[in-house]
Design a protein. Structure first.
Length: 120
């Protein structure tokens, strides 16, 4: 007997590439086993890594604002500055540069054709 396996896509579609704003953030909502979650997506075309997903919730202001932050570069690392109190978070790993005890969650995110997919 011959069996065939199908590859099932992991994760979920968040949006399309056309919904992203280059060098800026966009907030998205997706379902997790723990319930709905908001993420901030950052699209940096031309960079070695072009797409990042990081927690949208700013722990310093207790508000969902990270997608509205200013994108920049500190010592070669892509960062976002919180729009309220200006703490910088590395997009790669969510680490706060001003407070080593604070890290935002990050997710694996990728383009599948023209769609943006996230993995839990």
């Amino acid at each position: 007997m011959v069996t065939q396996s199908r590859q099932v896509p992991t994760g979920q579609k968040l949006c399309s590439k056309a919904d992203l704003v280059a060098f800026s953030g966009v907030a998205a909502w997706f379902e997790t086993p723990q319930g709905p979650k908001q993420v901030a997506l950052f699209y940096l075309p031309g960079h070695p890594r072009e797409l990042y997903a990081i927690d949208h919730h700013d722990p310093f202001s207790n508000a969902n604002v990270i997608a509205h932050g200013i994108v920049g570069d500190i010592k070669g690392a892509a960062v976002v500055a919180s729009p309220l109190y200006k703490q910088h978070f590395r997009l790669e790993d969510g680490q706060c540069l001003e407070d080593d005890s604070v890290t935002l969650r990050t997710w694996k995110v990728s383009f599948k054709g023209v769609d943006v997919w996230i993995e839990e």
